[in-house]
Design a protein around this ligand. Structure first.
Ligand code: MSP
Length: 645
């Protein structure tokens, strides 16, 4: 693919009868992160999202409210647009499937495929789930309920004459395409699901329904409407200018990435959609990616449980409890959703988890870096960027880390590994924090003969902040802009490129920085209400039994990932009298760099165990915040090895 081509990225189009929630927002945020990253790399972009409006459930919901379907969709679409605006989503096109540009494409495709024999008429008999807008085979439905584990609503028996798309004819070509294009489907484990699904046998797809007064009528057969999924998938072509703007189509097609949740990955996006494109003689997207699902506080999101969080309400709540600006709170949500789990896997969202990361990663790690650079510059150098001195070996280490981090992050971004990309940026933040700690500018400031060294240290720290501000831009655009503003750099943040992030020395000596203001006020975790815990029978123990347990404060000397185990870290913990290997399942929440030097609480007389081939002699203690581990550590530094009573 030539890099002059426009990079086209899409989200699914959302059912308009639903409200935007944390789950659906995660797809759109991920797409926005990619879009912003590609723009930083200088790519031209077409980023599209929109609403799926021709569904039966829309017509039914409208009826319940005594509205026409059109009135109903028109009243809801602004909520989606407003939500994306407040989450700083930079889409280029918002497509509604009730627009005439989309209807024209859908009708033309239907005609074309009918003329070439890919669409034919037959009788359809089978189950239909209105909630999922999906047909199921007789054998798939048990007890009259939708076989989709996420749905399980009653299905309807449908028996009528309909139009079919010759999906079965494309099975072999689909399998061949998947095999020849290893990057076409991701993540890898979902690719295998698609291959099994196709190999199990593809039936032709019923793509019309008896007209119900809503939807796109079948050309020349107004008794029928086009099945909402067939119409919805074509939105991606509508946006690309298919049949309306050949130049645009040539410029943007095929899409670089199409994102969607796992529920609509296998059957619709990885099977029906590419087969439709093959039938139309169009190239297939370069990548289709099926991400995981978000639960909230450990439970599936559902209106009846009242746990369908609106991202805007969550941001308002977070801003209120932290005192941060609304846009900073939005960025914290964007950060959380991209950081919490490897993109592709399921994750859990909770206010406790969000606040925990806000404190640990933003207020502590990034916040500390900011609080130790600009304020010191103001204190010691009137806020004016001093001269660099690259001869210091520690400065050199930081310099090469900035350059390699930009490359490493770009690599992760190309593979949609957002959590890992943020992990790499946070490694840089951690290294900069340790650099400052070690150089102790507050000590250098006391000694006149160290003036040049103080300049060099302040410059290096600020330069790392500048690079970090660009690296986090795709994820946290508002925070990035605030930092940029504080640095006082003349060139606007919007003009920066990814190359600028990886180039050391772009910060001009003599720049007058602005008065720094903290961006991430710490959250008092006591203000977060934990969801009611499941009642468990807790067995009581006697004091003598408790006394058998030996707890001591240890200091982490080293930390490394356990190869091949995503969740495990192997630590060496100094207990004053000896050093112990301890394996801990905290790699999802703490990077090895976060841990070195920290004091933790260890159960020291637990029988040794070998975990994934690594010896562990002790267990560290952590609070369980909705499944997220938060390490326990003493209120202030204590002698290593102190007992805990
Ligand atoms: N309208 C169809 C898509 C048509 S695309 C041609 C649809 N809409 S949806 O509103 O139900 O879902 C839109 C997206 O939100 C999907 O990618 C879906 O996977 C995602 N999510 C909905 N709930 C989710 C979670 N709880 N967690 C993560 N993503 C979730 O399907």
């Amino acid at each position: 693919m030539s890099s002059n081509k426009t990079f086209y990225i899409t989200t699914p189009i959302y059912y308009v009868n639903d409200v935007p929630h944390v789950g659906s927002s995660s797809t759109t945020i991920a797409a926005d992160v990619v879009a912003r990253f590609k723009r930083l790399q200088g790519r031209k972009l077409l980023f599209a999202t929109g609403t799926d409006e021709n569904a039966i459930k829309v017509a039914e919901a409208a009826q319940e409210r005594g509205q026409t379907a059109q009135q109903f969709v028109d009243s809801i679409v602004p909520t989606w647009i407003e939500t994306w605006k407040r989450l700083n989503i930079t889409y280029d096109d918002f497509v509604r499937t009730t627009e005439s540009r989309h209807r024209k494409v859908t009708e033309a495709v239907f005609r074309k495929l009918t003329e070439q024999g890919d669409i034919y008429k037959d009788v359809y008999k089978g189950w239909y789930c209105v909630s999922d807008e999906t047909f199921f085979r007789e054998s798939e439905v048990v007890g009259g309920l939708c076989p989709n584990a996420e749905c399980r609503k009653p299905v309807r028996w449908v028996e009528e004459e309909n139009y079919f798309f010759r999906l079965s004819a494309y099975a072999d070509r689909l399998l061949q395409h998947i095999e020849e294009h290893p990057d076409f489907l991701g993540p890898e484990f979902r690719k295998n699901e698609v291959v099994s699904f196709i190999k199990a046998g593809l039936r032709d797809s019923c793509i019309t329904r008896a007209a119900y007064g809503w939807g796109i009528p079948v050309p020349d057969d107004p008794e029928k409407v086009i099945y909402v999924w067939f119409d919805a998938l074509l939105n991606y072509l509508t946006v690309a200018g298919y049949l309306s703007d050949d130049e645009k189509l040539a410029e943007v097609w095929p899409p670089g990435v199409q994102l969607m949740g796992k529920d609509i990955f296998v059957r619709f996006h990885s099977t029906l959609w590419p087969a439709m494109l093959m039938a139309l003689g169009l190239p297939l997207p370069e990548k289709l990616f099926g991400h995981g699902f978000w639960t909230t506080e450990g439970e599936k999101m559902s209106k009846s449980k009242g746990n369908v969080f609106s991202p805007v309400t969550v941001a308002e709540d977070l801003a209120r409890i932290s005192g941060a600006e609304f846009d900073v709170a939005v960025d914290a949500i964007r950060y959380f959703l991209m950081r919490e789990v490897t993109f592709g896997l399921d994750g859990d969202f909770s206010m406790g988890g969000l606040a925990g990361r806000f404190n640990a990663d933003l207020a502590n790690d990034l916040g500390n870096l900011l609080n130790r650079t600009l304020p010191l510059l103001h204190r010691y150098r009137n806020g004016i960027v001093p001269k660099p001195d690259a001869s210091d070996p520690e400065v050199k280490v930081l310099e090469s880390l900035v350059t390699s981090t930009a490359d490493e992050v770009a690599d992760y971004m190309d593979r949609l590994q957002f959590s890992e990309a943020l992990g790499a940026i946070w490694t840089l933040v951690g290294a900069a924090n340790r650099f400052i700690e070690h150089q102790a500018p507050w000590k250098l400031a006391k000694d006149e003969s160290c003036a040049a060294r103080l300049d060099a240290v302040l410059y290096a720290a600020l330069e790392t902040v500048r690079a970090t501000a660009i690296l986090i831009q795709p994820f946290m655009p508002s925070v990035s802009e605030i930092i940029w503003g504080q640095l006082g750099i003349e060139e606007p943040a919007a003009k920066q490129t990814w190359t600028d992030a990886g180039t050391w020395g772009k910060l001009k000596p003599g720049t007058q920085t602005r008065e720094p203001k903290p961006i991430f006020p710490r959250i008092d975790m006591r203000t977060i209400t934990q969801p009611p815990q499941k009642e468990e029978q807790v067995e009581q123990i006697s004091f003598d039994e408790f006394k058998k347990m030996e707890l001591r404060v240890g200091t982490v000397k080293s930390a490394d990932r356990v190869p091949g185990a995503d969740k495990l870290l192997q630590l060496t913990v100094d207990l004053g009298t000896e050093e112990r290997p301890v394996v801990a399942g905290i790699a999802q929440w703490y990077s090895p760099e976060d841990l070195v030097g920290r004091q933790i609480v260890v159960v020291t007389n637990l029988a040794p165990a070998t975990i994934r081939g690594v010896e562990s002699r002790g267990m560290l203690l952590a609070a369980d915040v909705n499944g997220t581990a938060v390490l326990l550590q003493p209120d202030k530094e204590v002698p290593t090895g102190s007992g805990v009573r």
